[in-house]
Design a protein around this ligand. Structure first.
Ligand code: ADP
Ligand code: MG
Length: 243
């Protein structure tokens, strides 16, 4: 379980998240939405441990009672935390297969990885060539997001965060990615999807919808909260008073 208590985070001297309190349970699916600039990507990067994000002294961030605050991003990844970036960056000269071999750190033998990647690529609708090309280098939006989904499936994280996995993908690709992740992420993983796509939200059946506004939790609710907010906009949603 991921526990966030009174979390305040800043980039440089700009405070972006203000006193957030949230908890995320194993096996559950969460959707986070909110206007542009409300702090969704910053929340994801804060959980992952991006080094330029500073937390206030009294912020609490723990995964299964393990304090994450002092752990670097690579240590958090080793604990099973996975983040798919909103705009994944290309790494010239490194293929997804090579990247995963390093990330798995010997947990899967290279022959098994090679085979599994090809099976997963076929299932998600990517030709094999993408597995050996430099990762994300010249990939289309949809191709990038499919490669991200394949990485999540191979790494089998206990906490998976997808920052706008639907961005730049057509409706068929969104459906394919959602079904792929539902089939391949571990059942007991915590899944957090940052998205505004009604199609993706419908396919995910989230257990909880969280709305961020101006770096604060403005509302929490069920699927109907997402539908209403997407239809009517964020104007009517107030900032939740702290519990
Ligand atoms: P969202 O993902 O909800 O659109 P972000 O988390 O990307 O929002 O951004 C939240 C706020 O933080 C915005 O005002 C944005 O300009 C600011 N911000 C994000 N990254 C940086 C940065 N590296 N330096 C300064 N401000 C930043
Ligand atoms: Mg964002």
């Amino acid at each position: 379980m991921l526990s966030i208590n009174h979390l305040t985070s800043s980039i440089g001297d700009k405070e972006i998240l203000h006193d957030l309190t949230l908890s995320f349970e194993p096996g559950k699916t969460y959707v986070v939405l909110g206007p542009n600039g409300s702090g969704k990507s910053t929340l994801a990067a804060t959980i992952m441990g991006r080094p330029d994000i500073a937390l206030s002294e009294d912020s609490e961030l723990a995964s299964n009672d393990e304090d994450l605050k002092s752990l670097s991003a690579d240590k958090r990844a080793k604990l099973g935390i996975f983040l798919s970036f909103q705009s994944p960056l290309p790494i010239p000269g490194v293929s997804v297969e090579e990247l995963l071999r390093v990330a798995l750190d010997g947990k899967k033998d290279p022959v098994t990885l090679h085979h599994e990647l090809r099976v997963l690529a076929k299932e998600i609708g990517l030709v094999e060539e993408f597995l050996s090309r430099s990762i994300h280098d010249g990939f289309s939006g949809g191709e990038r997001k499919k490669i991200e989904a394949i990485q999540a499936a191979i790494l089998a994280p206990s906490l998976a965060i997808f920052d706008e996995i639907d961005t730049g993908t057509d409706t068929d690709a969104v459906k394919r990615i959602a079904e792929f992740l539902k089939a391949h992420l571990p059942q007991d993983a915590t899944k957090i999807y940052i998205t505004h796509s009604p199609k993706l939200i419908e396919l995910l059946h989230p257990d909880l919808v969280i709305i961020l506004k101006d770096g604060r939790v403005a509302a929490e609710g069920g699927h109907d909260l997402a539908t209403k907010t997407i239809e009517e906009g964020f104007g009517g949603i107030g900032v939740r008073s702290e519990k």
